[in-house]
Design a protein around this ligand. Sequence first.
Ligand code: AR6
Length: 203
Amino acid sequence: MAGGVSILCCEENTIPEWTVTIENWKKADFMNIELIKGDITKIQVDAIVNAANSSLLGGGGVDGAIHRAGGKQILEECIEIRNRQGKCNTGEAVVTTAGNLPAQYVIHTFGPVWNGDEEKCFSLLENCYKNSLKLAESLGVKTIAFPNISTGVYRFPKEAAGKIAVETVKNFKSDIIEKVVFICFDDENEAVYRELLENNNKM
Ligand code: AR6
């Protein structure tokens, strides 16, 4: 396999609109970054990431969708983690199995609540992506899907959040992870990611 990155843009369960390869982007032989518009609970990857909260006990948004679709096993494992190590700190990540979901693991990360403190919030969001990728690697995960962490209830500006997500993934050198999927649920995030990834291809 030639070195480089394929970026695919597509709707959930459709054929990608375009594919571009960037030579020598990563240390690994190849790595795919995909942009998919859809529901993260439906996607077939080794691990999906949950935009959780410090309690790890579920909530609304993507967290609620994952717990609803995954069933009570995920919550039970989250409670065990809580009992063992306490609440999740901002930027940290923990893992459970994925219950009834097609994925094997759910990696739960607690994103920053946007408060206008750019330096702190940017760095904490970067930690969410980095720590999730590190944890995935330690589990031997080859394919992982991220939602747009903190851009819902936590009101992180979408463009800044997208830039942090794409840059952090791009800079994460891995010989294990082969594919990272960004799942965008709303039109605004999809447009942000599409532009970021298309611009990447031109660089
Ligand atoms: N699949 C993919 N993305 C989704 C889905 C889905 N099924 N549903 C929503 N999104 P949010 P946050 C997108 O609010 O901002 C929860 O209550 C959504 O469009 O879920 O990190 C937790 O328990 C948005 O772009 O997470 C926390 O208390 C993105 O997911 C709090 O919300 C993130 O929105 C976390 O807030």
